[in-house]
Each structure stands twice: as structure tokens, then as C-alpha cells.
Design a protein around this ligand. Structure first.
Ligand SMILES: [Zn+2]
Length: 235
């Protein structure tokens, strides 16, 4: 990934009052105000990005905030964003997926890439910030409890990801967000994703008898269909 010539920057404001437990070694340390330099943004060399974080959505090996984005003091059309903070290598790889194999699925099956920014530290110890559009809340209930049209959309999204050459690696309800407005499911959490050549051998048919996993030919798709209650119980 080539560094752009006139670096744009990101300032991330995170809530000052934060009663989380002390971070372990795997969690990047963040202050209430962090500055990053753009590694890749779709346009606007030299642009000043700023995110006012409103909510800590997730804390683990990455820290994920929801916030409101301004670029050069103006709110873009889609100003609600998610900032994912973590180790440089992993987030660069995830950004490469959004910019590469998942690019054509953005806005339909996965969130839209806004930018990748590097913070303090060098090499593997460095911290980065991946900014994506915020689409909605993560699913809280079990997928099988949702109506069939929603489950079909989830399976379609995963199939599209596989056809794009990516295995999600951690597919479950926590990797599904439900978009505000149209309630469409989008897949997130590609931190553990890998390159994939899908050998799916049969169309996924809802309410057909459950086929053997070898007939389906792709382990992640097979188990996603089980989680989504696609098939009638096996006999
Ligand atoms: Zn596959």
C-alpha cells in the first residue's frame, strides 16, 4: 500500500470518562485524543479527518468506537462511522480486504471503507485506526429466531463474501450488523478473515433436507447455514 504524498490526518476524540478495566497487552492504549496519519483514504490528500467518538462498541484485541466524522470541518453524507483501533499489521490486512476483494460488496453486504490511518509506534508495535461506515447495531438475538427473508439475506451476504475469495473466519451473530432503516444484514469483523477459494458444490436451498457437509463443500458456508436454520432437520 503506497503512502500518499501529502498525508491526510485523523484526530480521534474518545470519551474522557471511561470506567473500563485496565487494558491487557493485546489491547492498544488510547488516550482521549489520538492523532493518526492517513495511509490510505479514497480521496482528499491533506484532508483533516476528525471523529468524535460517542460509544465504545467492543473491546478485545481491537477497540471499536462509534462516532461522528467530519472532513475539513464538514460532515460527509455518511458521517456515522466506526473506528477500529488495533495492531497495525492486522488492521492493514483488514483494510486491504475492504479495498480489494470486498470492494464491490461495500454498502450492500459489508460496510464502506472510509480510511486507514497509522498512529504512534512503528512496525508491529504500531497502532492503526480503520474507519468504516457505521451501519447499525450488532445482532443480539440468535439468527435462527429471525424470519426467513432476513436469514436468506445473511446467507446471501456470506456467499457473496466467499465468491469474492474471502473466508470470514469467525462467522456468527456477532459478525452481523442490522442496518438502520432497511434492516438489511451486513457482515463485519473481518479481522480473522483469510483468502479463500470456495468449493461450494450445491446451491443453498432453504427448507430442503439438510445435505451432508461434503455435498456443500465449504465448511464455513455449511455451518453458517446450520446457524441460520436453512435446512430441515436431517434424518
Ligand atoms: Zn467457501
Amino acid at each position: 500500500m503506497a503512502r500518499i504524498e501529502c498525508p491526510a490526518s485523523l484526530v480521534l476524540h474518545t470519551p474522557a470518562c471511561d470506567d473500563r478495566t485496565p487494558a491487557d497487552d493485546d489491547v492498544p492504549d488510547v488516550s482521549t485524543l489520538d492523532a493518526f496519519e492517513a495511509v490510505y483514504i479514497p480521496c482528499g490528500d491533506g484532508a483533516r479527518y476528525s471523529v468524535e467518538a460517542s460509544q465504545l462498541l467492543h473491546e478485545g484485541s481491537t477497540r471499536v468506537y462509534r462516532g461522528t466524522l467530519t472532513v475539513d470541518g464538514r460532515r460527509p453524507t455518511h458521517s456515522e462511522v466506526v473506528c477500529k483501533l488495533g495492531r497495525r499489521q492486522a488492521l492493514h490486512r483488514e483494510a486491504d480486504l475492504y479495498r480489494g476483494k470486498l470492494a464491490s460488496l461495500q454498502g450492500r453486504y459489508v460496510p464502506t471503507f472510509v480510511g486507514l490511518f497509522d498512529g504512534a509506534g512503528v512496525g508491529e508495535d504500531g497502532m492503526s485506526c480503520l474507519v468504516l461506515t457505521y451501519e447499525g447495531e450488532r445482532m443480539r438475538e440468535s439468527l435462527y429466531t429471525r424470519r426467513s427473508f432476513f436469514r436468506k439475506k445473511v446467507v446471501s451476504a456470506l456467499l457473496a463474501v466467499h465468491e469474492a475469495g474471502v473466508c470470514h473466519g469467525a462467522f456468527n451473530e456477532a459478525s452481523i450488523v442490522v442496518r438502520d432503516g432497511d434492516n438489511a444484514p451486513l457482515l463485519v469483523g473481518f479481522g480473522g478473515a483469510s483468502d479463500h477459494e470456495c468449493h461450494r458444490g450445491t446451491p443453498i436451498e432453504f427448507y430442503a433436507p439438510q445435505p451432508h457437509s461434503e455435498v456443500v463443500g465449504c465448511e464455513e458456508v455449511y455451518w453458517a447455514c446450520v446457524v441460520a436454520a436453512v435446512w430441515l432437520p436431517g434424518v
